[in-house]
Design a protein around this ligand. Sequence first.
Ligand code: NAD
Length: 471
Amino acid sequence: MVKICCIGAGYVGGPTMAVIALKCPEIQVAVVDISVSRINAWNSDALPIYEPGLDDVVKQCRGKNLFFSTDVEKHVAEADIVFVSVNTPTKTQGLGAGKAADLTYWESAARMIADVSKSDKIVVEKSTVPVKTAEAIEKILTHNSKGINFQILSNPEFLAEGTAIEDLFKPDRVLIGGRETKEGTKAIETLRDVYAHWVPVDRIICTNLWSAELSKLAANAFLAQRISSVNAMSALCEATGADVSQVSHAVGKDTRIGPKFLNASVGFGGSCFQKDILNLVYICECNGLPEVANYWKQVIKVNDYQKNRFVNRIVSSMFNTVSGKKIAVLGFAFKKDTGDTRETPAIDVCKGLLGDKARLSIYDPQVNEEQIQRDLSMKKFDWDHPVHLQPMSPSSIKQVSVVWDAYAATKDAHGICILTEWDEFKTLDYQKIYDNMQKPAFVFDGRNIVDVAKLRDIGFIVYSIGKPLDQ
Ligand code: NAD
């Protein structure tokens, strides 16, 4: 029986391994993590992450061929294939601070694999890592073990949070990069056979190691670049009377461009886009390509600009001050169908509003009070001038309440600010909400999900990103 072990039971490690276990019943899959609370949650009915369909997959395999454990060394030692899916955040100090990937977790995982291995292994990079990381990993593994053959593969993950299970069941492609040697080719084939249990072979792309590593960074950079492009266009729409939805529709009908990822919004978030582009910027700089680095940097600058622009629009529309005014924040996660708040635009928007002394009443169906308070009290790291900015003052944090219902959040509010595109926000009883708000009642839709005409008929003053303004 083939044994797989995955180091890192996070948003990627947990769902990907659960799907491998489901699709390959003859393979034993162990997901290991140093976090006891995370593993306990994976072994309970309250999984540590919210992802549609995940509960069902885990329930079908857990205890049969899927195991979650903190006994990292034992499971790594026993495995034939070791996936490494640990976090690779942006470095916040030292060389490359603010841009380079922090590979501390990766390096300690690699050293541990070398220490405990007694048999040959395929080591798979599942985390997103800088191009050429496999070379460093090879050095760590071969210099720390004797007589063991390690084959390193790059198998970056392209799932999107909120649709992870769907994406894993029907991936656009699975990418496997390896050394172009006899052993490298054999290792690629072994991993390809795992995926071939459910992924059509024409969707499994095999490349050299560096192409696979770089493709993941490139894919995230392209996706984020589309969002920044449409967001930059949204500012021009507002200045000229064009409607960004109409522009996106017209532009996306061009088959060379396509319609996906063309929705204007308050900005992108999540743990990956910013971090991976910064990583790309750093790699370009290290390779003597400053113009290329500056091109990608602009994608993040436009994203920051979009968040600031949104806050400024709220304050200026509400008669140039939100001091003492109650603003209902609907949605805090970085996108719908996830409880993940890493790099969510909501953090910057809320901090901007608190900076002008607003009172915030926040509701998100999947994010709890503890998480929101923690996100808002954390120091922010400024990637552009690598320093930690001061955290919010405790008095500002007191201006925040977290409630478990959109109607409670909006009661007596002066304005509503929609920051996540949860479906339930589209079908709220806006007449009832309007009746219970201060007047004039404002809606600032950072995701362009509400029916603007309907809300204006009710009496709201509505601002939607990139749309003609209320007269
Ligand atoms: P995560 O923070 O949710 O999970 C990482 C886990 O690794 C944590 O639970 C941590 O405790 C564990 N860990 C760290 N060091 C360890 C060690 N030495 N031994 C055992 N466990 C250890 O991160 P994530 O969102 O799952 O992302 C993992 C990687 O996948 C990152 O490189 C990320 O860029 C990439 N990625 C993420 C997504 C996404 O949507 N989240 C998508 C594609 C790729």
